[in-house]
Design a protein around this ligand. Sequence first.
Ligand code: HEC
Length: 225
Amino acid sequence: MKTKKWAWLLGGLLAALILIVIVVIVYIRFALPNVPLQNISVQITPERVARGQYLANHVTVCMDCHSTRDWERFSGPPIPGTIGKGGEVFDQKLGFPGAFSSPNITPFKLGEWSDAEIYRAVTSGENKTGGAMFPIMPYFAYGTLDQEDILSMIAYIRSIPSIRNTPPSSNPAFPMNLVVRTFPRKALPVTKPAESDTVKYGVFRWPGIYNAQRGAYFTQYHGGY
Ligand code: HEC
């Protein structure tokens, strides 16, 4: 009789465990990601476009991943005429948990996105349709940049020539297709200190110290300010 009791107890525990796993999977699959859109609209000014062009090409290197690179030349610079067209592949052969490709970010694709949707994708990793992005694109770091810098990059990518190109959609492998949905999170932007505040600005510029504090500008702002 004793063994029967144990069998019931074990069976009950197993059923409870299976139920918990199902509830967690359903929650992740249907309720996440859930980063709210912010009230953001970007006024395109020549200053913002110039700053955004500098950042996106030399500092946050958006265009390294969202263009075709010329590997015949030193450091593989993006090929003129391919800027923003997407199509770089990051797949299992390179050690990624699935097949990912960089989307087209020229107006051909992003023309239908609002500024708030682009801002959320770049700083939080949730795309227009509410899907989660794999952090090949370092959105955790971009989420801690100065918001004005992100707005400048949006102004810039809105003004680059539209290129007709539709790279394949990304396809994370199981279980990453579920896990990735837990990654997107709200941006936590910082404000760039005034250059006149030499101590603060020094800390901000000094990659080693700044990295220890925020973990963003060290990796992304390697070009310096
Ligand atoms: C290291 C490579 C890399 C860098 C650097 C990078 N991206 Fe991406 N980006 C990607 C990949 C890969 C995706 C698709 C991710 C996925 O589908 O899971 C993506 C997705 C996007 C999307 C969503 C587009 C869509 O159609 O879903 C936008 C917008 C975007 N990137 C803009 C930018 C901007 C702006 C920057 C610079 C601030 C940038 N990216 C830097 C690789 C990169």
